[in-house]
Design a binder for this molecule. Sequence first.
Ligand code: AHM
Ligand code: MG
Length: 348
Amino acid sequence: MSSTTRITLSRFLIEQQREGGNLPPQLRLLIEVVARACKAISHTVNKGELGGVLGSLGSENVQGEVQKKLDVISNDILLDANEWGGNLAALASEEMEAIHLIPHRYPKGEYLLVYDPIDGSSNIDVNLSVGTIFSVLAAPEDCSQRVVTEQDFLQPGHRQVAAGYAIYGPQTSLVLTFGRGVFGFTLDREVGSWVLTRRNIMIPPGNREFAVNMSNQRHWAPAVQHYIDDCMQGRDGPRGADFNMRWTGSMVADIERVLTRGGIFLYPWDAREPERPGKLRLMYEANPIGMIIEQAGGAASDGRGRILDIVPTGLHQRVSVVLGSADEVETALAYFADHAGSGEPAAP
Ligand code: AHM
Ligand code: MG
């Protein structure tokens, strides 16, 4: 791609804003700030041992998970970049128990930002892909006159006005949607800009590839066991085709693969912690990824219904996740429907 034909993220966003004015200026600026912060996180990730960013801090986040140094550093990068710009009414993160209000010394904006600063934290120290996931919601109109509360964030995913993720892998890329298609950008490190490299990403159908943590198999509900068992039987089983399996331990990396070559991703409920609906978090993992997947022609379900229609009851709420190419998600959901009402433990 010659440098004269390149479309940078800034140009792309300005053109989106011009086209029918369907990208409000404040949202455009917010996305620019988030993308810049992701660039800074990418540089930090790349330094690895040299930057002293590997290893754990010894503290736990609200999920009871040990915080990695990079979780906290990346959280602070996003916080510092976003709190002064005047685009946000408040923000929230996987790494902070409560929402973060914009300090009085800065102007308050119209949007709410929710993010997972480092998705796939267990991959940091072993030099595998990690990423940042983010979701943007409009703040309720009266937020300009009062203190923003957690309740203001608890909007179903179909109300997201933008969603995206950055992935820090062999290439550093950014995937974005504003509800009108999915666009991919690659970081040109020499120039320091995000360059548009994929337009209107659509998930290819028919790929026989599933992503699930197989070590949890014995804990799954029977419906999930049944679906994966049938995939595992390959061409000799009821599915009549051989399946491949991938599990990176980093949702963004698995989703990048699903967007590129299709397939399905599952993190279902399991019996280790029966009171929890799943491992992944609704507001800053499943919702933004669900919006991207749907915009790319795929489907995102919690096994019963559309993830984007779930009305959240808490910022750090968890959810069961089945998403990917529409045809394979539909097949999986048919297994869950067959088992429903059988008195089995929560399916999926
Ligand atoms: P994290 O945000 O704390 O890193 O957790 C989310 C990650 C996902 O990226 C990934 O799909 C999943 O947790 C992996 O979980 P497991 O280690 O149980 O396979
Ligand atoms: Mg995380």
